[in-house]
Each structure stands twice: as structure tokens, then as C-alpha cells.
Design a binder for this molecule. Structure first.
Ligand code: NAP
Length: 234
């Protein structure tokens, strides 16, 4: 942690476990204050982190698929200013399921959670981000249309490609915006979602990913970057 805390604040949506929880811990290590969200009333890893953080972690609650909960969160946070808004929350379906096999209900669940709902959060909360701040979303390398030469994970890929396109539309609508915007690809990481065969540990991905997020601060416009700061082809 730096000797002089930077007095910076991140609002991290979906920080109960996995990559979101690790991002909260990493921003704390950089001396930032964290408002992290969970859903439901259960105790999570974020609660443990908050207990150890000396009041630098505040816990908020939102299910991003419930528009009323996004509106209520916006109301509770009014008056606050953030240097970063980052939407990490996401889900997957059975990766072996093709578009021919998926049920409509499952398709809608993944699309609404991964594409529509993160954008609803950004639309509702972006005005809490300072003019020199950063608006970020957790995408995936699987969201790249150009790199999709193997198929598989079809529904998940489609949801992250949709997220990327919706974020590009948001950025185009805010082309005069001074804030940095970024779609992040964390690599294939061993979490509940990534599973035990993932190429990277959380420790190999997230400290690097946070470095990349810190480095884009002050650069307006949208970028699609991986955890090492490399541009991902759209
Ligand atoms: N792991 C990988 O290899 C990998 C690769 C590329 C991209 N990603 C992306 O990285 C992000 C995090 O993945 P992960 O591996 O950490 O997954 P994870 O361990 O399954 O964690 C998912 C997180 O998203 C939250 N979440 C899910 N649906 C939500 C909703 N409707 N409202 C609010 N929060 C919700 C979960 O909260 P609960 O605890 O309440 O369920 C949890 O905090 C996702 O967007 C994922 O698509 C992961």
C-alpha cells in the first residue's frame, strides 16, 4: 500500500466472490476506498474483507437484473463521487450448450445478466463518476467476434459480444466525455465460473487487471483490453 493514501473511491458492482472480490482487495492494497455490492442477505467474502479493512470497504446491495434495485442504489449513493465505476457481475450457462440446444429461458437469463443489466447499471450510475474517472465493465476475450474461430461457449460469447457492442454505443453517444471507458478481458481464471482448469490464478489476473485500469485513467474513449493491457480485437 502507498505511504500516502490516494483518497480515491471505486464503486464495484458484483464484489461478493471471485474476480470482483479480488478486485476489491487489490484496490484496497492500492490505498483506495471501496463501495462493493453483493446481492441477497448472506454473508460473503466481501464482508470478511470489510471487517479487515478499517472501514475502507462499504457494502451495498443490488441485483443488477432488478431495475428497481438499481434505482434504489442510485438514490442511496446520490451525493457520492467515484473515480471508478466497474461492473463485474456476470453469469454463464453450461459452456457445452450450443445455440441449437439452449432454452429460451436460459438464453434470456444470460443475455439479460451479461449484456442488458450491466448497461442499465452504467446508464443509471455513470453520473456519479468524476470527469477524470473511469467507467469499466468486465467483458471477456470470448466477447471478441474476430477471435471466435472455435465456437463453443456460444451463448456466453454472444452475451459478451452484445455487451461490447452496447458499450460501444454508449461511448459513441458520449463521444465528448472526458472519462476513460474500458471493456476488460481478465483471461481464463480459476473461479467458480472459470472452473479448476482455468489458465490463470486470480493472483495472476487481477493485480495486472487493476494496473491496467489505473493506467487508462485520464485517457478518454473506449478501449477493449486484456489483463496485460493488450488490445483485444473486436
Ligand atoms: N473466470 C473467468 O475465467 C472469466 C473470464 C472472462 C470473463 N469473466 C467475467 O468476469 C466476471 C466475474 O467472473 P467470476 O469468474 O468472478 O465469476 P463468479 O465467481 O461466478 O462470480 C460472479 C459474480 O457476479 C455476481 N452476480 C452474478 N449475477 C448477478 C446479478 N444479477 N446481480 C448482481 N451480481 C451478480 C455474483 O454474485 P453472487 O455471489 O450473489 O452470485 C458474483 O459476485 C463475470 O462478468 C465473468 O463473465 C470471467
Amino acid at each position: 500500500m502507498p505511504t500516502t493514501p490516494p483518497n480515491k473511491n471505486i464503486l464495484l458492482i458484483g464484489a461478493s466472490r471471485g474476480l470482483g472480490h479480488a478486485m476489491a482487495a487489490e484496490y484496497l492494497r492500492h490505498g483506495w476506498n471501496v463501495v462493493g455490492t453483493v446481492r441477497g442477505g448472506n454473508r460473503t467474502l466481501l464482508h470478511d474483507l470489510a471487517d479487515r479493512s478499517g472501514k475502507r470497504v462499504e457494502i451495498e446491495r443490488v441485483d443488477i437484473c432488478e431495475p428497481d434495485q438499481i434505482t434504489a442504489l442510485r438514490a442511496r449513493l446520490s451525493g457520492k463521487r467515484f473515480d471508478v465505476l466497474f461492473v463485474n457481475a456476470g453469469v454463464t450457462n453450461d459452456p457445452r450448450e450450443t445455440i441449437a440446444e439452449v432454452t429460451t429461458e436460459e438464453f434470456v437469463r444470460v443475455m439479460v445478466t451479461n449484456a442488458l443489466s450491466p448497461m442499465r447499471v452504467i446508464e443509471a450510475l455513470h453520473d456519479l463518476v468524476s470527469p477524470a474517472g473511469t467507467i469499466g465493465v468486465m467483458s471477456s476475450g470470448q466477447g471478441s467476434v474476430s477471435n471466435n474461430t472455435t465456437g463453443m461457449r456460444e451463448v456466453y460469447r454472444g452475451s459478451k459480444a452484445a455487451l461490447n457492442t452496447l458499450m460501444r454505443s454508449f461511448a459513441a453517444r458520449h463521444s465528448e466525455d472526458s472519462r476513460a471507458m474500458v471493456l476488460m478481458a481478465p483471461g481464463w481464471v480459476r473461479t467458480d465460473m472459470g472452473g479448476p482448469d482455468g489458465r490463470l490464478s486470480i493472483e495472476e489476473s487481477i493485480p495486472n487487471l487493476v494496473k491496467v485500469l489505473l493506467s487508462v485513467q485520464g485517457t478518454p474513449g473506449l478501449q477493449y483490453l486484456d489483463y496485460l493491457g493488450r488490445t483485444v480485437p473486436w
